[in-house]
Design a protein around this ligand. Structure first.
Ligand SMILES: C=C(O[C@H]1C=CC=C(C(=O)O)[C@@H]1O)C(=O)O
Length: 373
């Protein structure tokens, strides 16, 4: 489908107040959209259905599903990126937001010194006042600006409207293979990925890798980890380790694996229960879908393989694979009446400097502010 028809269909679905998601996976050309036929709110408890899941941070709250069986799937292959002028990224944050955030960071540093807590990811909403947001123009700007991210626009009339461009994969599964990543540590991109990292960032990222590997050990086998490398996410850099493994037969349900991972110490902390309790007690707002996860559940992909060049017709083997692609909902915004809520956070450890942690969240808001106008 061409770009104009694709965006026209999205607009019609939105005007009709019907649920949809439009998204592009990292480094891919194709934008896909799932249009649900009615406005029913579907929930998934087991992650066993085919469709698009949108799950909150709090793993005791409802995971929303746009079921493939109740939706139409459309594609756009020829999206033309447009140069984006990033003029308006300097929206000011209220001063009292800063004071409150720094106080919470200080409480976290004290808790880390005095209890078993080793790392906690604190976050905050940042509000931008804006009337009549041109949602699909913002979505196009996200698509044009963040090619290596998972870029999405998700809507359900009974839940709300979210957009984002996240650098973090939660989980990919294809048949018996799975992969994930440990992403943490942040610095501003200054023209090169050849940078050095402080001990705080290296330790923070190592916590995430160790946690993922040890938690996965119960549900997978043959775990392998890549070298740690620096990756770019828009105007920021992070440390990343890729982790892959084979699913154990008895644990190959997606829910088992997601439970072993989500919420990872990249968005929650360590130990997980203590970090989560700290967040729920001290953050003073509801994260909802920020730092939750989202993506394709059990999509069937058909792969053809040619085994004999001479007799093509009789030797094309088609295998149908079931794949799931889930991403952590970071660098995202929620569109509210006359206001946009941007959500940003960062990992706090014993070595955190509160002022620098505040600055890190300010830098993270720029991912979204750059595409607002
Ligand atoms: C929690 C966020 O980022 C996570 C992912 C990468 C680096 C992070 C950090 O440096 O703290 C965070 O763990 C966010 O962007 O809101």
């Amino acid at each position: 489908m061409d770009q104009d028809t694709f965006f026209h269909s999205l607009n019609t679905q939105f005007q009709d107040a019907l649920p949809f998601v439009a998204y592009r996976k990292p480094n891919e050309e194709r934008i896909q959209a799932l249009f649900q036929h009615d406005d029913e709110l579907h929930e998934t408890k087991e992650l066993s259905e085919s469709g698009f899941v949108f799950a909150p941070f709090d793993d005791t709250s409802k995971m929303i599903l746009l079921p493939l069986a109740a939706s139409e799937l459309i594609y756009c292959d020829g999206f033309k990126s447009e140069p984006v002028e990033h003029a308006n990224s300097n929206f000011e944050s209220a001063l009292n937001q800063k004071t409150a955030y720094i106080e919470t960071i200080q409480k976290a540093i004290t808790a880390i010194a005095e209890t078993d807590l080793k790392k906690v990811v604190l976050s905050r909403p940042d509000y931008v006042v804006k009337d009549n947001l041109e949602v699909f123009e913002v979505f196009k700007r996200l698509l044009s600006t963040y090619k290596t991210a998972f870029v999405y626009c998700w809507y359900h009339p009974k839940i709300g409207l979210w957009l984002g461009a996240t650098p973090e994969t939660l989980l990919k599964t294809e048949g018996q293979r799975m992969s994930t990543m440990a992403l943490a540590g942040t610095q501003v991109y200054k023209g090169t990925t050849d940078v050095s990292w402080g001990t705080k960032e290296e330790q923070e990222q190592q916590f995430v890798t160790d946690y993922i590997v040890s938690n996965l050990n119960t549900v997978v086998e043959q775990v392998s980890t890549s070298e740690r490398r620096t990756v770019r996410a828009g105007s920021l850099l992070h440390l990343q380790t890729q982790i892959s493994a084979r699913l154990k037969k008895e644990y190959s349900s997606l829910l088992h694996i997601v439970r072993a991972l989500h919420p990872t110490p990249a968005v929650c902390g360590l130990p997980k229960p203590e970090a989560k309790a700290f967040i729920l007690k001290h953050e003073n707002y509801n994260r909802e879908f920020y730092s939750g996860f989202m993506g394709e559940l059990h999509f069937k992909t058909r792969q053809t393989r040619n085994t004999n060049r001479r007799n093509v017709e009789n030797n094309v083997y088609a295998t149908v694979k079931t794949v799931s692609n889930l991403y952590v909902n970071l660098r995202c915004m929620q569109v509210l009446p006359n206001t946009i809520a941007l959500y940003v956070g960062g990992g706090i450890t014993k070595d955190s400097n509160p002022e620098a942690e505040w600055e890190e969240t300010v830098n993270k808001t720029s991912t979204m502010k750059k595409v607002l106008f």
